[in-house]
Write a protein that binds this ligand. Structure first.
Ligand SMILES: C[S@@+](CC[C@H](N)C(=O)[O-])C[C@H]1O[C@@H](n2cnc3c(N)ncnc32)[C@H](O)[C@@H]1O
Length: 296
């Protein structure tokens, strides 16, 4: 173990970085646009799995990398084989910050091009910021390169939109209660109750039956649509469609315990929507409108 690994203290680094930005803005905000290649270690979103769903910038960075630290089985090995066959690859699963931070910092300081590759988009359930803060604290600059989050891959698989006029005006990216979330922090029931929200459950494949039971016990409509997309965009992608009342059993039968996106709400079935204002009244008035309406 290196001297740095022995002395590094990621928690102290995280606390210190949070304090640093408490009352001032990171000067790099506004200096760079998202997608611009910068100095330091990029935290790249690999997308949901299909190598074709990696961004052009992500691919460019991975192709030039000497060391790629990736999120294990959530990143398709086909993507690694295709774009960084010659780089050193390290699976981050099972490694703590105390191991990951010196590994990346030392490689960067030794002049190697390092890429941290997260599944989907690093900004969603990626635990990227704590790694970035710990690295920044060590004097290693970092930045984010977005990716396609799995909810978006799932909506493409389902051939629908997550927002759908007259059906879903909002989207919730959420996760069920468990080790990380206490029961009172689990808001799935509240999102479903709102009625016009498409609720996308990450990290909940193993807990679908229990989650649906809780929704039923709380009196939610058992006929509410639910779709489960396993391994969206992978060659073994699979789709189960059902309702709050049926999907738990369907999933148990299929045997999936991880790597699925659960989409709750009628947008999943692409039914009952109304045509939009954008290609209706607004267009017929010559498109003269406020910016907000034009974005509909
Ligand atoms: C640790 S989170 C990472 C999410 C990732 N940052 C993203 O933006 O998709 C892992 C969860 O994302 C979902 N997930 C990731 N890849 C998926 C895929 N290809 N298909 C369906 N769900 C996926 C699953 O719910 C899985 O439990």
């Amino acid at each position: 173990m290196s001297d740095r690994a022995k002395t590094n203290n990621p928690q102290e680094a995280i606390n210190s970085e949070s304090t640093r930005w408490a009352d001032k803005r990171d000067p790099r905000i506004g200096e760079y646009t998202a997608g611009e290649i910068q100095d330091g270690i990029p935290f790249v979103g690999a997308g949901p799995g299909d190598p074709g769903l990696l961004t052009v910038t992500g691919r460019e960075l991975i192709e030039a990398a000497d060391l790629v630290v990736h999120a294990g089985s959530l990143v398709n090995s086909e993507l690694l084989d295709a774009y960084c066959a010659d780089a050193e690859r390290v699976n981050s699963v099972g490694k703590d910050l105390e191991e990951l931070v010196p590994l990346m910092a030392e490689a960067h300081e030794g002049g190697r091009a390092v890429v941290r590759l997260h599944s989907g988009d690093p900004a969603i359930y990626g635990a990227a910021l704590e790694q970035m803060d710990a690295l920044e604290h060590e004097g290693v600059p970092t930045y984010l390169v977005p990716g396609v989050t799995s909810a978006f891959a799932a909506s493409a698989t389902l051939r629908t939109q997550l927002t759908l006029n007259g059906v879903a005006n909002h989207v919730a990216f959420t996760r069920p209660q468990g080790k990380t979330l206490d029961p009172d922090e689990d808001h799935i029931g509240e999102f479903v109750e709102m009625g016009d929200v498409t609720t996308c459950l990450y990290l909940g494949t193993h807990a679908v039956a229990a989650t649906m039971d809780r929704l039923l016990e709380a009196g939610h409509d058992p006929e509410t649509s639910v779709a489960v997309v396993y391994h969206a965009s992978w060659p073994d992608e699979d789709v189960l469609t059902g309702t709050i009342a049926t999907i738990g059993e369907q999933l148990e039968e299929a045997g999936y315990r991880a790597s699925a996106m659960v989409v709750i709400g009628d947008a999943a079935r692409k039914v009952g929507y109304e045509r939009s204002y954008l290609y209706g009244d607004w267009a017929n008035r010559g498109g003269e409108s406020t910016e907000g309406e034009a974005d509909d």
